[in-house]
Ligand binder design. Structure first.
Ligand SMILES: NC(=O)c1ccc[n+]([C@@H]2O[C@H](COP(=O)([O-])OP(=O)(O)OC[C@H]3O[C@@H](n4cnc5c(N)ncnc54)[C@H](O)[C@@H]3O)[C@@H](O)[C@H]2O)c1
Length: 362
């Protein structure tokens, strides 16, 4: 029996920044060189309402469809990837599902849980696959942080800090406009909250507390900070900022027996206690006082370890989509997971608006 997998045809709607990233990933054809394409996945066309992006497609060897309707009417197309501003995901995904296409929707899937429910209803009615490009699940830093926790090196983990801090404000496009689903909770929050849910499978998030920034933009949040209280005494602190000229490591993990810090590209370290019975410290003296309580341990009772190695390949995302369509594997990014994160983002916003701790899965 042949083990050769069948070929899928894919088309991209919206060939802006992220649509072009999908083009490059699928075809392996980047402006600065070639990489391996996603095997068995053939990009048959794209559509963008901007004529300049239609021309861009042609220049990059992709045949643009004259309209979205023409893309959906093409029987060759098995999968449609939707990479347009956030408010347009719902109508364009629903149209694609109704046309009998499988849909890969960019994150955030849409801008409210009520909107998402409409998309789910159509996916259920048509039987087509609806999934979301939560690509940051394949980021090395996240995979590494999850591995550190799973390996138990730190002992029971009680606090996780996940931060993405930039200093260039919100991009000056639709991301600044609430009607298009702007703001950083929907933009980066969706990734970081999804990662926390993936990091602690099966644990309920009991409560949410959040505050938001409006440093450079009054209409949408240009940053936010949230504490999620999970089952088992774990607090996950998630922050996203766009006016932070001094950043933080991407992850900090704290367990009873050790701590880890992990930055982009998986740079970082693990520090663990080696002998709890000895807890001598190197006192910290300031002009006004002395502390041993908060001083670092002496070197003989701690040990530093390198981070575990991880290997990530984002093409696994599309490989899984194709396998899921053919019933060869469960889909990695499921709709119940996506709905949970959508409701979590709504809880973050509600907590900030009402200035209170919001019960979530309590
Ligand atoms: N997963 C990720 O890592 C990641 C990263 C960046 C952006 N995104 C997501 O991708 C989506 C697009 O973001 P972007 O940064 O590429 O924005 P962008 O503004 O660069 O591109 C959006 C494109 O959509 C086109 N467009 C608008 N309306 C359209 C329509 N009705 N039909 C066809 N094309 C239309 C625009 O002309 C533009 O070219 C957003 O949902 C965003 O959140 C995801």
């Amino acid at each position: 029996m042949s083990t050769k997998k069948r070929q899928f045809n894919i088309a991209i709607c919206g060939l802006g920044g992220m649509g072009n990233w999908h083009r490059g990933t699928i075809t392996g054809n980047w402006d600065n060189g070639r990489q391996d394409p996603v095997e068995n996945l053939h990009l048959v066309g794209s559509f963008d309402i901007d004529p300049a992006r239609q021309a861009f497609a042609r220049e990059h060897g992709v045949e643009p469809y004259p309209s979205y309707e023409a893309m959906l009417a093409d029987p060759k197309v098995d999968i449609v990837t939707i990479a347009v501003p956030n408010d347009l995901h719902r109508p364009l995904a629903i149209a694609a599902l109704r046309a009998g296409k499988n849909v890969v929707c960019e994150k955030p899937v849409t801008i409210s849980s009520a909107d998402l429910q409409q998309m789910i209803d159509v996916a259920d009615a048509t039987g087509m696959l609806l999934t979301v490009h939560q690509n940051r699940r394949w980021d090395e830093d996240f995979v590494c942080a999850r591995k550190v926790i799973e390996e138990g090196t730190l002992g029971p983990v009680f606090r996780v800090e996940s931060a993405v801090l930039g200093c260039r404000g919100i991009p000056g496009d639709w991301r600044q406009e609430p009607e298009h689903g702007g703001g950083m909770i929907l933009d980066w929050g969706v990734h970081l909250l999804d990662q926390i849910c993936q990091m602690f499978p099966g644990r309920r998030i009991r409560t949410v507390y959040a505050t938001v920034d409006h440093v450079t933009n009054e209409l949408v949040d240009d940053g936010f900070y949230t504490d999620l209280a999970l089952d088992g005494g774990v607090v996950a602190h998630v922050e996203v900022g766009t006016s932070h000229f001094i950043g933080k490591p991407r992850w900090k993990l704290f367990g009873r027996d050790g701590s880890a810090e992990i930055d982009w590209g998986c740079k970082g370290r693990i520090v663990c206690v080696t002998d709890r019975s000895k807890n001598d410290a190197v006192p910290i003296r300031t002009a006004a006082g002395l502390t041993k309580t908060m001083a670092p341990r002496t070197d003989d009772t701690i040990k530093e370890f390198p981070l575990p190695e991880v290997h990530c390949d984002i093409r696994d995302y599309y490989r899984n989509v194709m396998d899921a369509i053919d019933g060869l594997a469960p889909i990695e990014v499921t709709i119940p997971q996506v709905m949970r994160v959508m409701k979590l983002m709504e809880a973050v916003r509600r907590s900030a608006e009402e200035r209170r701790i919001v019960p979530f899965e309590d």
